[in-house]
Design a protein around this ligand. Structure first.
Ligand code: ADP
Length: 333
């Protein structure tokens, strides 16, 4: 009989699952739980369940949504399931629809507007104007493609580990390719790339790694003023057998209180550039999710104290060493 992979099934459930021992210590939390509390799943093991859930209530409010708590006990463990209460589903859908429709409408309106202008006044426009309009149409189409890719990624199946094709990836050449795309989109920002010697390949999914870098670099330029420089550094991480990639900008920065919120789904933090720029609030949620599925971590340091003090996002990913590859192969079995 085929071996059933219960861990994978639990990871894909649309509910929060938590397993707790008789001492109320967490022994397992699925990724839905970890993303809800913005925490790394590895760090949860051994924590007290009541640091997260109420002791005497069968509902809990997390990030504006009410979840119903269902608990089952067996001889050794308690199993907690959290599901959004039905009456709140409408809010989930309407938040989703309003964000996505806004994100679709803005670039579509712009594409249609510029295409219309060109069709109606083609003979009156000079070459430079036509080039400018076509450039805007291309840029807005790229935004739509990024949105669609991000939407596909948030479907549980897309972000699930089994869909990642992990292999040895040359991070330097991938970053160079992404930088070429981004430099084209943000010609007024200077981009620098520093690559230390002897950095090993990473163990990653090539396409997802590109998606991660596009999101981080797009944000770095988007949340900086014109000519704000962006620096990418590829180096060996402090953690042994890991590679570090830092994306450093000198933009508007993020207030300390908002740092944990930026990784939440559909969350945009108010600042004068978020008002001017487009975004769905999905990018960093997906970035964090993908990095964790690949066995890595993401860190952020940011300040708003001085103008242009900016933000630094660091990701660390496992190096494609023989040990990491065999460890991963065993985990995926
Ligand atoms: P989006 O850019 O589509 O709004 P993200 O999930 O990529 O969504 O980012 C969430 C929020 O985090 C952004 O709306 C912005 O407020 C903040 N943010 C992300 N990256 C940066 C950055 N480099 N500098 C300042 N703020 C940032």
């Amino acid at each position: 009989m085929e071996k059933i992979d219960f861990k994978n099934i639990v990871e894909q459930l649309d509910s929060v699952v938590l397993v707790v021992d008789y001492d109320y210590k967490i022994v397992y939390a699925n990724s839905y739980f970890c993303s809800l509390f913005n925490t790394n799943c590895e760090m949860l093991s051994g924590k007290n369940v009541f640091d997260f859930l109420p002791e005497k209530s069968d509902t809990v409010v997390i990030k504006d949504y009410t979840y119903k708590i269902t608990k089952y006990d067996d001889e050794f463990y308690s199993y907690y399931y959290l599901t959004i209460v039905d009456s709140q589903m409408e809010k989930v859908y309407s938040d989703f629809i309003s964000t996505v429709s806004h994100e679709l409408r803005t670039p579509l309106t712009s594409i249609r507007g510029f295409a219309d202008t060109m069709l109606m006044s083609f003979d009156k426009l000079d070459k430079a104007q036509i080039q400018k309009f076509l450039g805007i149409i291309k840029e807005q189409s790229n935004r739509l493609i990024k949105l669609v890719e991000n939407l596909l990624s948030i479907s549980k199946i897309q972000v699930h580990q089994s869909n990642l094709v992990l292999k040895s990836v040359n991070a330097k050449s991938q970053i160079e390719q992404v930088l070429d795309i981004i430099k084209n989109q943000y010609p007024s920002h200077p981009f620098e790339f520093h690559c230390n010697d002897n950095v090993p390949n990473i163990l990653a999914d090539e396409n997802k790694f590109q998606q991660i870098m596009i999101n981080l670099l797009d944000n770095a330029a988007k949340y900086s003023y014109d000519r704000g420089s962006v620096k990418v550094t590829l180096a060996n991480a402090q953690k042994e057998n890991y590679v570090s990639i830092k994306v450093e900008d000198h933009g508007v920065g993020i207030e300390p209180d908002n740092l944990s919120r930026i990784f939440e789904k559909f969350t945009r933090i108010e600042n004068h550039l978020t008002r001017k720029t487009q975004g769905s609030g999905l990018g960093l949620y997906i970035v964090k999710n993908l990095i964790e599925k690949m066995g890595g971590q993401i860190f952020v340091e940011s300040s708003t104290v001085l103008p242009n003090s900016g933000s630094t996002f660091e990701i660390i990913l496992p190096a494609a060493t023989y040990t990491n590859q065999s460890k991963r192969a065993l985990e995926d079995k």
